[in-house]
Each structure stands twice: as C-alpha cells, then as structure tokens.
Design a protein around this ligand. Structure first.
Ligand code: FES
Ligand code: FES
Length: 161
C-alpha cells in the first residue's frame, strides 16, 4: 500500500503492507527509532508521538497518541511529530533540555514518550499545576520510577515560559 505522510514537517512516501502500525512505519521504514516499542497495546506510552502538530511548531495543537494503535493509513491524514522532530536544529526542545538538566531519566526507554506527553500538555496548558502534569503522564509507564524528576523538569519548563 503506497502512502504519503507528513512526519516531522517532511512529506514522506512509503510502501507498506496493509494494517502496518504507525510505530512500525516510523521505526522500520523511516528509521525514526526514538519512538519505542513497549507493549504494542496502547498501555505503556513508550510509542507516543504528536498527532496533528503544526509544522514548524512542534506540539502546537497536537495530542499525544499511541503510534502502536494507529495504522499508517490513519496517520496519513494527520501531521505526525516524533521526538526527533522536536528540536530546532541543534537546539533541543525546552522539555528535552529540562529532562537532561533535571536528570529525569535512568534507562531512558520511556523518555521519548514522556517528553511527547509533556510537550502536548504544555501546548494546551502552558502553566499546568502538578495534578495536571501527573494526569498528562498517566499513560507513561516508567519501570525506573523517574516520575518525580520528570514532573519537576516539566514544572521548570512551565515556570520559565
Ligand atoms: S508500545 Fe506501549 S503504548 Fe504503544
Ligand atoms: S527511565 Fe527507565 S523506564 Fe523510565
């Protein structure tokens, strides 16, 4: 099945089997391996991407979606931003930088999904309180338990905006 998708602001053409998940397409066909496979069932958040992000403004108007549950042809009707598309050239997105500065990761497997959830949250609510941040991260499972540091990192971004 031939499809054209907008990923990280670029039009990409792919030829994939029917019912290919967006997650497989991103990782296997486009080489965007920052989006992780965790459960494959929409339950861990490792595969989150932004859907409907405005090109050039990652996170604007977007929501975090599980790319393991979205088919490639569904995604072809949206604009998709992955963790690789958040940076502005060599300058990391403020949420990415805050996670690094705040040491908000251990093994890092969940990190791209958490960052995506945080970017989506801050786009719809630039000054979220702690409850809102916790709610936004509710779908992101972290085996290493970095939730406290992740919440503090997101708060720092909100407070500096
Ligand atoms: S891989 Fe777990 S939610 Fe998609
Ligand atoms: S940092 Fe290891 S799973 Fe979250």
């Amino acid at each position: 099945m031939k499809l054209a998708l907008t990923v990280n602001g670029e039009r990409r053409e792919v030829d994939v089997p029917p019912n290919t998940s967006l997650l497989s397409l991103l990782r296997d066909d486009l080489g965007l391996t920052g989006t992780r496979y965790g459960c494959g069932r929409g339950q861990c958040g490792a595969c989150y991407v932004l859907a409907d992000a405005g090109v050039g403004a990652p996170g604007h108007g977007a929501r975090a979606v599980a790319s393991c549950l979205l088919t490639a042809d569904q995604a072809a009707r949206m604009e998709i931003t992955t963790v690789e598309g958040l940076a502005d050239g060599t300058k990391l997105h403020p949420v990415q930088q805050a996670f690094i500065d705040g040491d908000a990761l251990q093994c890092g497997y969940c990190t791209s999904g958490m960052v995506i959830s945080a970017v989506a949250l801050l786009a719809r609510d630039p000054r979220p309180d702690e409850t809102s941040i916790r709610d936004a991260l509710a779908g992101n499972l972290c085996r290493c338990g970095v939730y406290g540091r992740a919440i503090r990192a997101i708060r720092r971004v909100a407070e500096s905006s």
